[in-house]
Design a protein around this ligand. Structure first.
Ligand code: AGP
Length: 614
């Protein structure tokens, strides 16, 4: 949530900040603002709503200066108005703060400041920080020393950045808690800060990531790092290997459509180098350090994840239980962290996360770690917090995912979890060489098969245009495609704002059947697999109650014709890989319905890409 950028150097800061914010708008789009500092003065420009509104303000009131910070907001405390937009300034208007996260004790901190005469302009939790800084700066402290005096007083999660006309040509950026990342980008005679790499990869690929309790003091010629105790520290300089072109729309109408169509490539990239030719064994990169003895005695795996990633984890449970015979459970990370989970000795906790910055997932990981679990994360964003706190990491290699709705990262999660299930099965002796060879051969066909499903796009679009006005949708799946039904419903909800529910089809008779009528399109994932007959009966039950059935069926299945009102076909594939194909028409359906309804597909209302608050 909330995007943060900053620049200090010889160039005009404003255009660079605006370009950085464009790259980060997916993180929050309730309001945006910039603060530019020059010659002992600070100028702040802000606008409610999308970044275009700020661009209009900037075009009529350009702010000149060579040091600046910018912010896109996803509102937590205070409505999405201009007054609540960041940056927030102190009473003198000389120091500015931007913030991603929540300051839980802001009311307690605010009361004495108000009593001593500080004037607050906004309803936000953030503004308290700048007034606290004002107090410290008035004592003659530098901006970083003032930050070191203030930050330990804050409770909650925060990534923050400050500039001040009292300490010109400097940005101070800080990170409190594991949620909400900040990185520093090193340029030549100029430096950058950002909450997320896409904001700065155009300018530099050399970066350092802040950890919990650290701050960066950034000037045009130098970057220094300090602990919140004040002690100086050294940070590793890392290289970002992403292709910046991959973060552009490349002729597609939306990032989402581009990312749906990038799935064959994401799948090839994630498969690359993960099977040893000679032995046929799955091998992960050096970031997976668990040894075979650990794998052989693993008593249980617990998955923690949120949203789409949690549905990938649920598929992972089916795969691992089937292929490696290890009991698995899956929790929403937001539930796990508060339900006093029991961690068995020697067990593995697996986090699945595209961003690697989801606050609930990080907190669940922290809880598991505290209880002695080994942590493995499946993560897309290299260098993200989840990857850094894990004992083992499987990178998804899906490339930057910009659209708020996750698609290609989901495909990569499914494929990596499939590989992981084989990896475990091979080491525990639950999979013989012939079966693992066959399973892996199927995986290598996936990019071509997904391409074939994408070829059905015109048909799915026509379907979307027939049903775009529906008020509700139901998605049915069973077995390994039950999570596909959940994901289909989530995708439709978040993109089209149509109410949708995903149900395990065997559960229909226990309540959901009562919803069926001629106004409820029911999407049934009815593939020729081990539960085909069961789901066909469920479809009959829907049709018997005048329901409309849209079937996702296997190529060549003639029995299905006549059992459904609409049929979208996907190629036959190994059952355990079928979720990778079956989800594609559901992504396209959600996309085209949302686009037909005129929604903002890449930035759905009330959402943000990386959910770095609870
Ligand atoms: C996906 O379409 C959603 N926007 C959302 O559910 C997302 O999957 C969830 O917030 C988890 O994010 P993560 O993978 O970055 O942890």
């Amino acid at each position: 949530m909330c995007g943060i950028v900053g620049y200090v150097g010889p160039r005009e800061a404003l255009p660079l900040l605006m370009a950085g914010l464009r790259r980060l708008e997916y993180r929050g789009y309730d309001s945006a603002g910039v603060a530019v500092q020059e010659n002992g003065a600070l100028e702040v420009l802000r606008a409610e709503g999308k970044l275009d509104n700020l661009a209009t303000v900037v075009s009529t009131h350009p702010a000149h200066g060579h040091t600046g910070i910018g912010h896109t907001r996803w509102a937590t405390h205070g409505r999405p108005t201009e007054v609540n937009a960041h940056p927030h300034v102190d009473c003198g208007g000389v120091t500015a703060v931007i913030h991603n996260g929540i300051i839980e004790n802001f009311e307690a901190l605010k009361a004495p400041l108000v009593a001593s005469g500080h004037r607050f302009a906004s309803e936000t939790d953030t503004e308290v920080v700048v007034h606290l800084l004002e107090e410290e700066l008035a004592k003659g402290l530098s901006l970083d020393d003032a930050a070191i005096a203030v930050l330990p007083k804050l409770e909650g999660a925060a990534a923050l950045a400050f500039v001040s006309a009292r300490d010109p040509g400097k940005i101070v950026a800080a990170r409190i808690s594991n949620a909400g990342g900040v990185l520093v980008g090193y340029g030549k005679g100029e430096n950058f800060i950002a909450s997320d790499a896409p904001a700065l990869i155009e300018h530099t690929r050399a970066v350092s990531f802040l950890d919990h309790g650290e701050l960066a003091v950034v000037t045009k010629d130098a970057v220094r790092f300090r602990k919140l105790s004040g002690e100086p520290i050294d940070k590793k300089v890392e290289q970002i290997t992403w292709d910046p072109i991959a973060a552009a729309k490349s002729g597609y109408k939306h990032f989402l459509l581009k990312e749906i169509f990038e799935q064959p490539r994401a799948i090839s990239d994630t498969l690359l180098g993960r099977v040893e030719r000679a032995s046929g064994r799955v091998v992960f990169d050096s970031d997976v350090k668990m040894d075979d003895a650990f794998v052989r005695t693993l008593p249980r795996i617990s998955f923690v994840a949120c949203g789409t990633a949690s549905y990938a984890a649920l598929v992972g449970k089916y795969l691992i239980e089937r292929l490696a015979r290890i009991p698995c459970d899956v929790d929403f990370a937001s539930e796990y962290r508060y339900r006093q989970p029991v961690v068995a000795p020697g067990q593995l906790v697996v986090a699945v996360t595209q961003s690697g910055e989801t606050a609930d997932t990080l907190a669940a990981m922290e809880e598991a770690k505290k209880q002695g679990a080994r942590l493995l994360s499946f993560v897309n964003v290299v260098g993200s917090q989840a990857s850094r706190v894990s004992d083992d990491v499987v990178y998804l290699h899906a490339g930057p995912e910009i659209s708020v709705a996750s698609t290609k990262a989901y495909a990569a999660m499914l494929v990596d979890l499939y590989l992981f299930a084989i990896y475990l099965g091979q080491r525990r002796g639950t999979l013989d060489a012939a079966r693992s060879r066959q399973l892996l051969a199927e995986a290598f066909h996936l990019p071509t098969l997904v391409d074939a499903v994408l070829g059905e796009e015109p048909k799915v679009r026509a379907l979307a245009y027939r049903y775009y006005a529906a008020r509700n949708f139901l998605f049915l799946g069973r077995g390994v495609n039950y999570p596909t039904a959940l994901e289909g419903a989530l995708k439709l909800k978040e993109l089209s704002y149509i109410h949708a529910e995903g149900t395990a089809s065997g559960e229909m008779k226990h309540g959901t059947n009562a919803l069926i009528n001629e106004d409820l399109p029911v999407v049934a994932i009815a593939l020729k697999d081990s539960v085909y007959k069961k789901i066909r009966s469920n479809m009959e039950e829907v049709r018997a109650r005048a329901g409309v059935v849209i079937a996702i069926a296997t190529d060549g299945d003639e029995e299905i014709t006549g059992k459904a009102d609409e049929v979208i076909r996907i190629p036959a594939v190994e059952e355990l890989l079928s979720p990778v194909l079956a989800v594609v028409p559901l992504q396209l359906l959600a996309y085209h319905i949302a686009d037909r309804r005129g929604n903002d597909v890449d930035q759905p209302r009330n959402l943000a890409k990386a959910v770095t608050v609870e």
